[in-house]
Design a protein around this ligand. Structure first.
Ligand SMILES: [Mg+2]
Length: 192
């Protein structure tokens, strides 16, 4: 079996830097600090500030991100099952606004720091390039936190889709199997 996995908000949990940014901006994080921060800045007409902050979050602040619980165990089980895993991410080389951080280097550095240096990683500059990569890798299954990626019209139909939804924010769909934890992703793939 070949499994493709998204990076941001699927493997990498940005709660720590996001909660810190919420505190810095005086925003109540509620159940979703990213959404709270975005809505706060957008509501104040500071869309550009939100765009700039994203360059910081996915750049230097990525060092504060943690692996979601259960990811390390998932990779151990994959290895034991002889499964090949690939990380496929939509990530521009540099932020759209703000300081010219190298976002690809932040991602690779983070993956090394959390012990995932051995997993092949593909950083694609656009959503369509990401979908193209998923197709060309010939994965049997893809795991992502974004419904719009999994339901993209170009997404290869034969690929089984898992929506990673740790905040239980989405609904079930015939297109994907929704899992709210990595433990449940692992049972879905290795126990059925
Ligand atoms: Mg993602």
């Amino acid at each position: 079996m070949r499994i493709g996995i998204d990076l941001d908000n699927t493997l990498a949990d940005y709660s720590t830097p996001l909660l810190r940014l919420c505190a810095l901006h005086g925003v109540d994080p509620g159940g979703d600090p990213k959404l709270a921060l975005r809505e706060h800045l957008r509501g104040a007409g500071r869309e550009n500030e939100w765009t700039r902050l994203q360059g910081e979050i996915y750049g230097p602040l990525m060092a504060e991100a943690l692996l979601f619980p259960g990811v390390a165990d998932f990779f151990r089980r994959s290895l034991a099952a002889g499964t090949e895993c690939f990380i496929v991410s939509h990530r521009t080389r540099q932020p759209i606004l703000g300081e010219a951080h190298d976002l690809h280097s932040s991602a690779r550095h983070w993956l090394r720091s959390v012990g995932l240096a051995n997993v092949p990683v593909h950083l694609e500059e656009s959503k369509s390039a990401k979908v193209g990569r998923i197709r060309s890798l010939g994965v049997n299954c893809f795991i992502d936190d974004l419904p719009e990626l999994l339901s993209d019209s170009a997404f290869p139909e034969e690929v089984r889709r898992i929506l990673f939804d740790p905040g239980n924010q989405h609904t079930d769909s015939p297109v994907w199997r929704r899992c709210s934890s990595w433990r449940s992703v692992a049972s879905e793939l290795f126990e059925s």
